[in-house]
Design a protein. Structure first.
Length: 435
């Protein structure tokens, strides 16, 4: 594999004092990877869990493919210039997303903070030094009220103040009107630094409209698209719609290292974000940044920035890029058919035990299929959260998605569910219904 001049040997390290397989004396090159994984968790006294709740951060994100693990092992065995590696990653991300540039971040939340910092500071080193203090500089980010989530804390962490606009009438069913252009324009002023946009299935108001309006005022649009993959087409969708910066999770559908994310978009903003994340304890006389960072546009050499705590390791950067290249090559229609087949087999067994199920196809979810299981309180003696809690209390603990628990429905999300665990999951649910 070659990332724009950075050669990576992807063969797994199998021998020597630093071999990744030498976790303890019993481990050898012939030991199956799955057994090694269970051994290390057992050593630590941590239980392996069956995850049918999705690629949740609290459950460790996705299950990384072998080629990603091999790439990370290879990357761990050498020293590289981190700015040069991020520049190589930028080229790979640009190819996959259609953006001008991109960097690997420590998760989508870090991408939002870094992207906001870039919009606040640009190439002004004095502003970089002051963040998250935004006094004396434009520090407001306009956001639709219906786009507020717990994750927008990442935007505020850079020092930005969110300015809410509009009502969520269509989403709540309280009315027929959505956010209109005049509401956005009324909130824009000399203190406005950017517009924030949370991508959802509804995408209300349309991103194209928001981006066109923002362009009229010379403002960037930051899109939180953390969970909008798959389909792989969404890697390009938001850039094509006019977004200036887009944040994706790298440890979910892409199946890269859990703590990774992608920030892609305008080259100047990506360069500013990278500068505010890098180790900048450098001598100005010898500092030689890659072409991604235009030194001639800086009014000095910045110190460590507001994003310094979000540094991505070389292993994470390489792992994410290998995972991204794998992701764009997947036949997602075939993948959806395979997952739907697994879910149908589970549904048949659960239906025989009295559970009402509904398979929600990928065409309806917009991402991957899942199976909804309605909990009959009269039959089980437990509500949805009670069933979920009972499954988690068993051995091994089993997690189902609680996204619709308030409606009496648990969801089997196969995104991080090993096929070998399907039978165990079903058997435990059937036993719970019969007990």
């Amino acid at each position: 594999m070659n990332l724009d001049g950075v050669a990576l040997r992807l063969n797994p390290i199998r021998r020597g004092p630093f071999a990744a397989t030498q976790i303890h004396a019993k481990t050898s090159a012939a030991y199956p990877r799955e057994r090694r994984t269970m051994d290390i968790y057992g050593r630590l006294g941590v239980r392996r869990r069956i995850n049918a709740a999705g690629t949740l951060t609290r459950l460790g994100g996705s299950l990384m493919p072998p080629e990603v693990l091999d790439a990370m092992r290879a990357a761990a065995g050498a020293s590289v210039d981190m700015a040069e590696l991020q520049a190589a990653a930028s080229a790979a991300i640009a190819r996959a997303t259609g953006a001008e540039a991109g960097i690997v971040t420590t998760g989508a939340a870090a991408a939002l903070t870094l992207g906001t910092a870039a919009c606040l500071a640009g190439f002004n080193v004095h502003r970089m030094e002051r963040l998250p203090d935004t006094s004396g500089m434009p520090g407001q980010i306009v956001i639709c009220r219906g786009h507020r989530t717990g994750y927008d804390h990442a935007i505020r962490a850079a020092g930005a103040k969110l300015v809410e606009i509009g009502f969520a009438d269509r989403v709540t069913g309280a009315g027929v009107r959505g956010v209109e252009d005049w509401e956005i324009e009324a909130a824009i002023g000399p203190e406005t630094a950017a517009i924030a946009y949370t991508a959802t299935k509804l995408n209300e108001p349309p991103l194209e409209r928001v981006a066109k309006l923002a362009q009229r005022y010379g403002l960037p649009v930051i899109v939180d698209a953390a969970a909008q993959l798959p389909p792989a087409a969404n890697l390009r969708r938001f850039i094509d719609a006019g977004a200036s910066l887009v944040a994706f999770s790298g440890g979910k559908a892409i199946r890269g290292p859990q703590s990774t994310g992608i920030l892609c978009g305008r080259r100047d903003l990506i360069a500013s974000a990278l500068l505010q994340m890098l180790d900048m304890d450098v001598a100005p006389e010898t500092w030689s940044p890659p072409p991604l960072i235009p030194r001639e546009k800086l009014n000095g050499i910045p110190h460590h920035g507001v994003g310094r705590g979000f540094k991505a390791g070389k292993e994470e950067i390489v792992g994410l890029i290998v995972a991204l290249e794998r992701f764009v090559g997947i036949d997602w229609e075939a993948e959806a058919r395979a997952l739907e087949g697994r879910l149908q087999r589970m549904a048949q067994r659960l239906g025989g035990a009295g559970f009402a199920t509904r398979l929600v196809p990928a065409a309806e979810t917009g991402r991957q299929p899942w199976l909804e299981v309605t909990i009959d309180v009269a039959r089980t003696g437990l509500d949805a959260l009670g069933v979920s809690g009972a499954l988690q209390a068993g051995e091994p603990p089993i997690h189902l998605s609680e996204r619709r628990a308030a409606e009496g429905v648990l969801v089997i999300d196969p995104a991080a569910l090993s096929a070998g665990d399907d039978a165990t999951l079903v058997e435990r649910m059937v036993a719970l219904a019969r007990s």
